[in-house]
Design a protein around this ligand. Structure first.
Ligand SMILES: [Zn+2]
Ligand SMILES: [Zn+2]
Length: 484
C-alpha cells in the first residue's frame, strides 16, 4: 500500500534541549548513521498540523540500531515494539529517525521508502490510526514521510526547534528571499532571509494596554506578517497616557466626564474604542503588509484561546493570573514560546516603595511560570469569583483599579521582550546563552536582575501530563473557582 498524498502540511516541533541531544546523537563526528524514535503529541491547525516531540528515545548503536538485512542499518524489532507500545498507550505519533551524510539537503533512499512500505501499515494499525512515519536528517536538513489513517500519506517538509536560537530545517535550502528595500537598515542585521522569517511570522499579543500596545507597534514596524491582538477592554481616559496611538476621541472623554448624567457616561463607557482596534490602527499605519486579527474578547473564551495555537510566539501583556495560567499551559502543551511582560509600581502609605518592569521569555519544556510561583492560587481564586463577589472582597493589590503606571516602564519591558524574540528567530543569539531569558529592571536602584527559571518536577503546567500533548489535553480556559 503506497498511500495517497494529502494536502494538509505536517511539520515537527521540538525543544532546543531535545534538538541538542538528538543532533549530538546523530552527528557525533564519526560520519556514520545513527537512529532514534520520537514520540509526539499532535496539534492540528489552520496553518498545518504539527507533531510535538514529547519523548526522544535514542537508539544505542549495536544494541537498538544494528546492521540491516536490506538497508545499511535498522532499528531492532524490539526497540520499535517498545516505542510503538508507548505510543499506542499514550495516543502519540511515532517517528523513526536516522541520518544520512551531507549538510543542506536530504532525502530518503529507495531502500528507506521500501522499508516504510513494508512496515508502516502494520505499525499504523498497532497505533490505532495515530500517525506513524520517519524522519531522515542531514546536519542542516530534514525530510519526513508520514502515514495517516485511511491510507493517506503526507510529506513532512519542516522541522522547527523552538529554542534560542530558533532553528528551522527543511529538505532543501529555502529559495533566496528578497526583502522590501524599506527594511534596508534591518536587513543589514538580519539579512533578507531574516526579513522573510519576520514576514512569515504569526505573532499574538494578549493584552493591548501599556506594554502590549508598544509590543504590537514594534512587531508591525519590524515587518511581522500576521498579528493576533486579543483584549476585551475598551480604552479609558486613564489609559490614554500609556496606550500607543490612543486618541482622546477614542476614549469618548467628553461623554464620560463626571459632570455628565450617569446615562450619558454609560453611553461613553459602552462606546469607547476597544484597545485592539486602536492597536490595529497603529499596526496598519506602521506596515502596509501586516494582517491583523483584532479580537475584542477574553482569551479565556475557548474559541479565542484556540486562536493562539497556531501562532509562532505569544506576547502576554495582560495582568491576570487566569490568562497567565492559560498562556503558560499553551507554551508547554503546544510548544509555542511565549514572553510575559509587565511593569509594577508598589505604593505604601502614599510613598513609592518599589518600581520594576519585567520580561520573561519562556521556552517550552523549561521551568514555567507556575514552577516559579508566578501564578498565585489566591489570585486565580480571586479572579474566578464573580465580579460582585470580587467587589465585596477587593484585594489591596488590585492592578485593574488604581495601579500606578507609566509608559517608560512598559516600554523597557516591551523592548526587551521583542528584542529577545528577534535575536532568537534571527539566529543572532550566541550558542551558549540560556534557553530562557527572564530579566527585571529596577530603575530606583538601577539594577538589572536576570533569573534562571527553576523547574519543579511533577509540575501540572509544564510536566509530563501536559508537555507536548497538544490537542489531547483540554486547556484551562473556563474559569471556575473549583479549578484552581
Ligand atoms: Zn536512509
Ligand atoms: Zn512548571
Amino acid at each position: 500500500m503506497a498511500g495517497t498524498a494529502v494536502t494538509t502540511a505536517w511539520s515537527v516541533t521540538m525543544t532546543g534541549e531535545q534538538w541538542t541531544a538528538l543532533r549530538d546523537h546523530l552527528f557525533p563526528g564519526d560520519g556514520d548513521e545513527h537512529g532514534a524514535v520520537l514520540r509526539c503529541g499532535i496539534a492540528r491547525g489552520p496553518r498545518g498540523n504539527r507533531l510535538l516531540v514529547k519523548d526522544l528515545a535514542l537508539a544505542k548503536d549495536g544494541v537498538d540500531y544494528v546492521r540491516g538485512d536490506r538497508g545499511y542499518r535498522k532499528l531492532t524489532a524490539q526497540f520499535v515494539a517498545d516505542n510503538i507500545d508507548v505510543c499506542a498507550d499514550e495516543h502519540l505519533a511515532y517517528l523513526a529517525v536516522h541520518n544520512h551524510g551531507g549538510r543542506d539537503s536530504v532525502a530518503f533512499s529507495g531502500t528507506d521508502m521500501a522499508s516504510h512500505d513494508r512496515g508502516y501499515p502494520a505499525l499504523l494499525d498497532i497505533n490505532d490510526g495515530v500517525p506513524v512515519g520517519a524522519l531522515v536528517f542531514a546536519s542542516g536538513a530534514v525530510a519526513g514521510d508520514l502515514w495517516l489513517e485511511n491510507g493517506e500519506r503526507a510529506e513532512i517538509a519542516h522541522l522547527r526547534v523552538v529554542g534560542r536560537p530558533r532553528v528551522d530545517l527543511t529538505p532543501q535550502p529555502a529559495p533566496a528571499a528578497v526583502a522590501d528595500p524599506g527594511f534596508d537598515r534591518q536587513t543589514r542585521i538580519f539579512g533578507d532571509r531574516g526579513q522573510a522569517v519576520l514576514a512569515a511570522s504569526k505573532v499574538a499579543v494578549v493584552g493591548l494596554g501599556g506594554a502590549g500596545s508598544v509590543i504590537s507597534e514594534y512587531l508591525a514596524l519590524l515587518g511581522v506578517g500576521e498579528l493576533v491582538l486579543i483584549d476585551p477592554d475598551r480604552i479609558d481616559q486613564t489609559n490614554l497616557p500609556r496606550v500607543v496611538g490612543a486618541r482622546r476621541t477614542d476614549a469618548l472623554t467628553w461623554l464620560r466626564d463626571e459632570k455628565r448624567p450617569a446615562f450619558v457616561r454609560a453611553i461613553g463607557d459602552g462606546f469607547a474604542k476597544h484597545k485592539v482596534y486602536i492597536a490595529r490602527r497603529v499596526a496598519r499605519e506602521a506596515s502596509a503588509a501586516v494582517q491583523v486579527t483584532a479580537v475584542p474578547r477574553s482569551v479565556l473564551d475557548p474559541d479565542v484561546a484556540r486562536m493562539l495555537l497556531d501562532c509562532d510566539h505569544i506576547f502576554l501583556a495582560a495582568d491576570s493570573a487566569l490568562v497567565r495560567r492559560l498562556v503558560n499551559s499553551i507554551t508547554h502543551q503546544y510548544l509555542i514560546p511565549s514572553t510575559q511582560v509587565g511593569a509594577k509600581v508598589s505604593v505604601l502609605d502614599g510613598a513609592v516603595t518599589d518600581v520594576f518592569s519585567v520580561s520573561r521569555m519562556s521556552a517550552p519544556g523549561s521551568g514555567c511560570l507556575q514552577c516559579n510561583g508566578l501564578i498565585p492560587a489566591w489570585k486565580l481564586t480571586e479572579e474566578a469569583t464573580s465580579p460582585e463577589q470580587r467587589k465585596r472582597q477587593r484585594y489591596i493589590d488590585d492592578e485593574d483599579v488604581h495601579a500606578p503606571s507609566v509608559i517608560t516602564l512598559n516600554a523597557v519591558a516591551a523592548s526587551r521582550a521583542v528584542d529577545d524574540w528577534l535575536m532568537a528567530i534571527g539566529g543572532l543569539v550566541e550558542p551558549d546563552v540560556s534557553r530562557d531569558h527572564w530579566v527585571s529592571y529596577y530603575p530606583m536602584s538601577d539594577d538589572v536582575v536576570e533569573t534562571e527559571p527553576a523547574k519543579r518536577p511533577g509540575c501540572l503546567h509544564c510536566g509530563a501530563g501536559r508537555f507536548a500533548r497538544g490537542d489531547a489535553v483540554p486547556l484551562p480556559v473556563v474559569p471556575r473557582p473549583a479549578d484552581v
